[in-house]
Design a binder for this molecule. Sequence first.
Ligand code: NAD
Length: 367
Amino acid sequence: MVKTKEVKQQQQEMSVFHQLAAHNHEKVVFCHDHDTGLKAIIAVHSTVLGPALGGTRMWAYASEAEALEDVLRLSRGMTYKAAIAGLNLGGGKAVIIGDAAKDKSEALFRKFGRFIKNLNGSFVTAEDIGTTSKDMEYIRMETEYVAGKPETMGGGGDPSPVIAYGTYMGMKAAAKKAFGSDSLDGKKIAVQGVGSAGAYLVELLAKENTKVFITDIYADRLREVSSKYGSQVVGMDDIYDLEVDIYAPCGLGGTINDITIDRLRCTVIAGSANNQLRDETVHGNALLRRGICYAPDFLINSGGLINVYAELVGYNRERAYAQAERIYGYTLDLLDKAEEDDMSTHEAAVKMAEKRIANISKVRSTY
Ligand code: NAD
């Protein structure tokens, strides 16, 4: 059968090597084990700065193509997050294809640990959506290349306070840029999602005489946080229309999109959620045009990665906080650079991460 030009092009675009080449991934490992039912993909995007670190996500993907796309996208994001946070880590990610509620077993995670072991330290994993510290303990039985261990095993424990602290630092830097002072005294701040990281952020904000508005899916969570810190509860959809100084997305990603962007009445956006821009280019530029100072999510929420990194070099909580504090300076530099180059802060952050990777790769060219 003669293949048409379009079919040939489609096949080429779907080929694994074509997808790896698109964003310069170093390697992808497909892991399969009949006995345990393990089907996993490990993607190592870059090891220029150090071992590729990234969580293992367990998800019932609709197709293998979807799982591959996710792992490639997420591993690349980890490279930028580590680079911009000044860490000596590369970017990686793993996905296990399966239902986290039904398909888990000790043997499955230990077999997966064997695959990680075979990568000889070029990939280090941790928890992610669908995996828990218990699963990490099973992986740990087969390989040392696991972070995010419980405190009882020399791990850093709950990363949320460090994530919140880094986010708070990024928020203060953005406030300095937008309002001329990093004091949040008297500022009105809308926090969307008061889960682990969001609640710790509200605690920090409450110490600075701020007026905090909160929203969440869970009413009991809202009651708990509002009674503890005196914040005002608002409806889930009302948060976008509030006249506030700062909007802090700390729930799910994608909340800055075509529908919400024109409703926002804030001067600064700074929150802990991942992937806040539904479309990084379109919505990053839309914020630039609207004059909203956006502190890029992957920079200011890097406290989670910082906490894991601290574990790799011998965990020390104070050191993790000290590293998270540097997010203030990084954010300020970045916001200045974006203004100077008249580009979206997201784009400037990606460029800054790429520049660090390029510079360090030159340093490492000498034996
Ligand atoms: P979490 O699940 O403890 O809290 C998220 C909260 O947001 C929940 O209470 C949820 O009900 C609420 N929520 C979700 N969608 C919402 C919406 N549309 N409106 C209002 N509330 C909503 O999660 P977390 O650990 O606090 O993480 C929060 C965010 O930070 C996530 O986007 C996560 O990806 C990101 N993040 C987490 C880490 C980490 O290591 N845990 C690191 C960096 C970034």
